[in-house]
Unconditional design. Structure first.
Length: 100
């Protein structure tokens, strides 16, 4: 989180310049967008393969499912929690590897 001055702008260092670590340049933003896009594509491929293999998506105990004539509602509550935990573990491992 960046610090802000009383007027709401970034805190300026000596000489009125913004410290170098507060802003990203376009090149590093582009690299992060590419990495995020590749990661999203990889997740999409994994979900597609899981469907081809026959792994149940949203079929865990605790997922909410309401079916009535002409209406169906599904909310994969437990599946969302499990996916969130798995993604958190993966992201923490990747960040730990980058910090080494």
């Amino acid at each position: 989180m960046t610090e802000t001055a009383r007027h709401g702008g970034p805190v300026r260092g000596q000489g009125g310049k913004v410290p170098a670590g507060l802003f990203l340049d376009a090149s590093s933003i582009a690299k992060w967008l590419i990495v995020a896009g590749l990661g999203l594509a990889a997740v999409g491929i994994l979900v597609w393969l899981a469907g081809k293999i026959g792994l149940p998506a949203g079929g865990l105990p605790g997922d909410i499912r309401v079916e009535r004539p002409g209406f169906s509602f599904r909310f994969p509550l437990v599946t969302c929690i499990v996916v969130s935990i798995v993604i958190t573990v993966i992201v923490n491992i990747v960040l730990w590897l980058f910090r080494r």
